[in-house]
Design a protein around this ligand. Structure first.
Ligand SMILES: Nc1ncnc2c1ncn2[C@@H]1O[C@H](COP(=O)(O)OP(=O)(O)OP(=O)(O)O)[C@@H](O)[C@H]1O
Ligand SMILES: [Mg+2]
Length: 264
């Protein structure tokens, strides 16, 4: 079991360091637990043939994509297609697989079968910021829907879910097939994964319909918003702002927070 170093105490401000642990700023019984336990929980959450629906929420650099990579590696193990939309960084993507600019490019020239009959099924749609080419979230969602409707195991991953939403506070979907996959895709065995830096940038339905949500560090107001929308234990509003890089709490549909803090 891995123990996670907590932030060092600031001392009293006179330059000396304290050699005893800082007082627990968070829930006293919050247990630090290996992220693999959370990953197993996320993967096993869907019932029977249902596809999973997982949402990551956290400030930039807190570990959303890191966790997503590990989750997608699990989901791809059985040969599931993984369609990721990750177009925010022109310099590169963190996701392994074959990169395409748009869905049309993928359909015109899908990955070939290898000699042993295997095929790379991890596809990353990148758009092209330099040439002003956008890969719409709707296109990726519709591609996932077509695969799912044919009975092909698939996962769609929206690394920036707000690309599928708009409005002052992100309260409506601009890509209607994204929520369709979230709500109906599960019955077709389609997995849905989304990430957002703030819950306010995406419709509340994303929070309410997700089967599991990993919440990484958020500022106090943003943490309060999540707690209010999901009617969670008030203590989480103080735990979430205290999380270190890579740490997250896992919320499962219709369950209270289990008191664990995870890190992969
Ligand atoms: N559990 C972890 N163990 C080791 N390194 C980690 C862990 N989680 C995150 N990191 C590292 O922290 C950095 C930020 O993580 P990541 O890119 O996943 O953040 P993010 O939440 O996706 O940020 P953004 O919103 O900007 O995309 C990366 O360098 C990543 O490798
Ligand atoms: Mg990221």
């Amino acid at each position: 079991m891995r123990t996670v170093p907590r932030k060092k105490s600031q001392g009293s401000g006179r330059g000396e360091t304290r050699d005893f642990p800082p007082p627990p700023a968070t829930r006293p019984d919050a247990r630090r637990t290996p992220g693999s336990v959370a990953l197993a929980r996320i993967v096993s959450m869907p019932r029977r043939k249902d596809g999973g629906r997982h949402l990551n929420i956290g400030r930039s650099g807190t570990g959303k994509s890191y966790l997503t990579r590990a989750l997608l590696a699990e989901l791809n193990r059985g040969g599931r297609w993984i369609f990721t939309l990750d177009d925010k960084d022109a310099t590169g993507t963190q996701y392994p697989g074959i990169e395409y600019v748009t869905v049309a490019d993928f359909e015109a020239d899908p990955p070939p079968k290898e000699g042993d009959g295997s095929r790379e099924r991890r596809i990353v749609f990148r758009g092209d910021l330099r040439k002003d080419i956008v890969c719409p979230a709707e296109d990726v969602a519709q591609l996932g829907k077509r695969f799912a409707q044919k009975g092909i195991p698939v996962c769609v991953n929206f690394d920036e879910l707000r690309r599928a939403a708009a409005g002052k506070s992100g309260q409506h979907w601009t890509a209607p097939t994204v929520p369709w996959l979230l709500m109906e895709g599960r019955a077709l065995g389609c997995w849905w994964v989304g990430s957002t830096q703030s819950a306010k940038l995406v419709p509340d339905a994303a929070l309410n319909e997700a089967g599991t949500i990993s919440v990484f560090c958020q500022k106090r107001k943003a943490a309060r918003y999540i707690v209010d929308v999901l009617e969670l234990d008030d203590e989480l509003a103080t735990v979430i702002p205290e999380l270190d890089e890579g740490e997250f709490v896992l919320l499962a549909e219709e369950e209270d927070w289990n008191g664990h803090v995870y890190r992969l």
